[in-house]
Design a protein around this ligand. Structure first.
Ligand code: GLN
Length: 454
């Protein structure tokens, strides 16, 4: 199986560019180790020997980890992320590291310092972002499983536009140890796959308490595999988010979404409309909070600790080396966020921007709490539009940010959400994503509803 996927990578990835690094040797060694265990009659987990594409934001011991940035070019991590370690322990075969927007900042993978990834449905279109490499690897059959991270939608939006499944687990469910930080209060690793059950099997491998992450949840992982096998929604109450429709939404996306809601009703769910008025302010709040945290997190790339180093130690001061390295190593979107975040956190502006955004965050959490008093899950389109052409929004950050409209509230509140395919938009024949949103630590509901409508 590993050999077949490596051959598939050789055949198609020159065109797709899903991978930044293919670890042929490591993959074959891991696969042989599983074979040996099987030959000895050892009990193996359900994912032993299954190949996986890993987003290049998780550290892998001895294997380059760039986070899509030039600033980490040449850095070889001396340790595995907890997620990487868990995958290896489960016998999962890591094929390589996938392309992503630099530091996970973006919705199209165009912000990668290593060039864009194509959407396998149409290579001239974006595969979503920031985890476009992982979703493109799934959609082009280069890997049956992948890992992403979701800070504002980077698992769900790529899943939506590539016709695959992506889950952002409850914040704290999957360890962030060894996940290169973008916005620590929002970042969450999660499973990507082509089916809901595959995602559930992967979810079970990567989730669980980790003493190395202070925000890791110390509670049993919800029974996601059982839920994915249930496949029925009889008697469930499902809320349609009123705010996520209308202006800016592609007609074909709304049409497929309405059909999915109709199907849920036919399958025995009770569907009601739910208003979450503060969701309208989620996007501006996110684009203050995430850059603020990023401006602090990215201070560690000072040319002394990791990767790239520009300047001459004999003639440049330490400060100059840091400045030259950051000027050369960070791309325009990363610089934009560092400046925005530094500004929002600076004295005199903190209360006006960062403080206000934190208040909005509380309002969004309260909207979710009210909604989940009335319904078991919420549903919406995952993104307002299907995959847009590469280059179309590259010079317009505001247009790019709109791709995250429906995904961001769950990051701000920390609850769980999934995107899964719900057909193709009639006007362009491209995949549409259905988003399912569940309360904190009720991740199993995503899989129950997802497997019913899949
Ligand atoms: N597109 C969002 C951003 O640019 C989300 C990114 C993410 O989830 N990592 O910040």
């Amino acid at each position: 199986v590993a050999e077949a996927h490596l051959a598939r990578i050789d055949a198609v990835d020159e065109k797709v560019h899903a991978f930044l690094h293919v670890d042929r040797e490591g993959a074959l060694t891991a696969a042989r180790a599983v074979d040996d265990k099987r030959a000895k009659g050892e009990t193996l987990g359900p994912l032993a020997g299954v190949p996986l594409a890993l987003k290049d934001v998780f550290t892998t011991r001895g294997i380059p980890t760039t986070v899509g940035s030039k600033i980490l070019e040449g850095w070889i991590p001396p340790y595995d992320a907890t997620l990487t370690r868990r995958l290896k322990e489960a016998g999962v075969v890591i094929l390589g590291k996938t392309n992503m927007d630099e530091f996970a900042m973006g919705s199209s993978t165009e912000n990668s310092a290593y060039g864009p990834t194509g959407n396998p449905w149409d290579l001239t279109r974006i595969p979503g972002g920031s985890g476009g490499g992982s979703s493109a690897a799934l959609a082009s059959y280069q890997a049956p499983l992948a890992i992403g991270t979701d800070t504002g939608g980077s698992i769900r939006q790529p899943a939506a536009v590539t016709g695959t499944v992506g889950v952002k687990p409850t914040y704290g469910a999957v360890s962030r140890y060894g996940l290169v930080a973008f916005s620590s209060s929002l970042d969450q690793g999660g499973p990507c796959a082509r089916t809901v059950l595959d995602a559930a099997l992967l979810h079970e491998v990567i989730a669980g308490h980790d003493a190395l992450d202070s925000t890791s949840i110390d509670a049993p992982v919800p029974a996601v595999v059982e839920a994915a096998k249930l496949g029925n929604v009889k008697g469930m109450r499902i809320g349609v988010v009123k705010e996520f429709s209308g202006e800016g939404y592609q007609p074909g996306v709304e049409q497929r979404f309405r059909e999915a809601v109709e199907l849920l009703r036919e399958l025995g769910a009770e569907v009601v409309e739910i208003s979450c008025p503060s969701f309208t302010y989620a996007l501006p709040a996110y684009y203050l909070i995430a850059p603020s945290e990023a401006s602090s997190n990215l201070a560690r790339f000072d040319a002394m600790r990791y990767g790239l180093r520009v300047g001459d130690d004999a003639t440049h001061s330490a400060e100059e080396v840091t400045a030259l390295t950051r000027a050369a190593g960070f791309g325009p979107e990363v610089k934009r966020r560092i400046m925005l975040g530094t500004y929002a956190l600076s004295s005199g502006y903190y209360d006006a921007y960062y403080g206000q955004a934190q208040k909005v965050r509380t309002l969004i959490t309260q909207d979710f709490a009210r909604a989940f008093d009335q319904v078991d899950v919420l549903v919406s389109p995952t993104t307002p539009t299907t995959a847009f052409p590469i280059g179309e929004r590259a010079d317009d950050p505001m247009a790019m940010y709109l791709a995250d409209l429906c995904t961001i509230p769950s990051n701000l509140a920390g609850n769980a959400a999934m995107s899964l395919p719900c057909g193709l938009a009639p006007e362009d024949g491209l995949p549409v994503g259905l988003q399912i949103i569940a309360p904190t630590m009720a991740d199993d509901r995503l899989y129950r509803v997802g497997s019913a409508v899949e």
